[in-house]
Design a binder for this molecule. Sequence first.
Ligand SMILES: NC(=O)c1ccc[n+]([C@@H]2O[C@H](COP(=O)([O-])OP(=O)(O)OC[C@H]3O[C@@H](n4cnc5c(N)ncnc54)[C@H](O)[C@@H]3O)[C@@H](O)[C@H]2O)c1
Ligand SMILES: O=P(O)(O)OC[C@H](O)CO
Length: 345
Amino acid sequence: MSKVAVIGAGSWGTALSIVLADNGCEVAIYARRQEQVDEINHQHTNHRYLPDITLPANIVAYPSYRQVLEGAQYVLIALPTAAIRTALREMVKELDHCPLLIHSSKGLEPDTYKRVSEMIAEEVPESKRRGIVVLSGPSHAEEVSRRSPTTVVVAAPELKQAEEVQDLFINQHFRVYTNTDMLGVEIGGALKNIIALGAGLSDGLGYGDNAKAALMTRGLTEIARLGVQMGAHPLTFAGLAGVGDLIVTCTSRHSRNWRCGYAIGQGKPLNEVLQSMGMVVEGVRTTKAAYQIAQDKKVEMPITKELYHVLFEGKSPRQAVDDLMGRGRTHEMESRFFDDFNRYF
Ligand SMILES: NC(=O)c1ccc[n+]([C@@H]2O[C@H](COP(=O)([O-])OP(=O)(O)OC[C@H]3O[C@@H](n4cnc5c(N)ncnc54)[C@H](O)[C@@H]3O)[C@@H](O)[C@H]2O)c1
Ligand SMILES: O=P(O)(O)OC[C@H](O)CO
């Protein structure tokens, strides 16, 4: 029986713990607050994050990294991206062996704009990690915890390690695919949150399905444009971590990013919205990061740019939509994309 240490007792860490527990793993989950540890261990619930869900008894919570990590063959990181580097620094002090590290967070580090796997590679010495794998795709914790059919993708530069994680998670309700394009999977997962904010904002303004379909389609184009420029495989964005996650996040009532965008579209100030959510909304910081990366790399990302102006410079959302609609004429198919496709095929 494998032991998995799960770092992060929020919605996603808990939902993935249920998948692992269903698969017979011993799951040790790290929670910072003693009352949450007690709730998980004695009531078998995590009410704040997954109301009405009963947790399997083989999920045990601990308030210390040492206890969680002891003997774990796998460490699953399910934290808000902004908390990961600090958490890794604490965790690594207590790590005395060499597990496979899996992360499932969808964002870029504030200020450095690094991917999560890059942070892990910097903070966890090679002697303390067997490899790094990302798990991503269209998957809301609320549905995974109810064992509703879900598909995800796990990616690692070494296919064998992705397959090992596929074996760990796959079951009748949770179908896992593999990919070796870790960069593309991380970029797709992080940047779809920007477009989901935009889709929520459009709905909040009262625009219709045409507007949302436009945002999703052209949003995917700009995600792929940046991703390919950074070195991703173009077809990754046609997969679960690309269009798949974009669909679920832009259309689901569960999405925190969509809900945040919706409230802003309805005229609520960003700070007020974030405070009232009580859960992480990765797309806000990721908008800033992607905007800066696009500027540095001279990649055109019009939706991201307008959203950046709305979120951080007080631009009116309606004006942002008008400016997007009034852009110069362009061809749908970019010759640059054809060049990139030719490089791969
Ligand atoms: N919720 C989902 O449906 C879902 C699905 C796929 C991916 N994700 C991604 O998973 C990541 C985590 O999201 P979530 O939904 O679980 O967030 P959440 O807000 O539900 O929970 C975050 C948890 O992290 C804990 N935490 C914060 N800082 C910490 C620190 N320094 N050390 C230890 N614990 C800390 C919080 O106490 C909380 O328990 C995000 O990147 C998100 O995009 C979420
Ligand atoms: O609720 P969101 O918007 O953070 O999205 C959660 C997942 O990333 C959906 O796949």
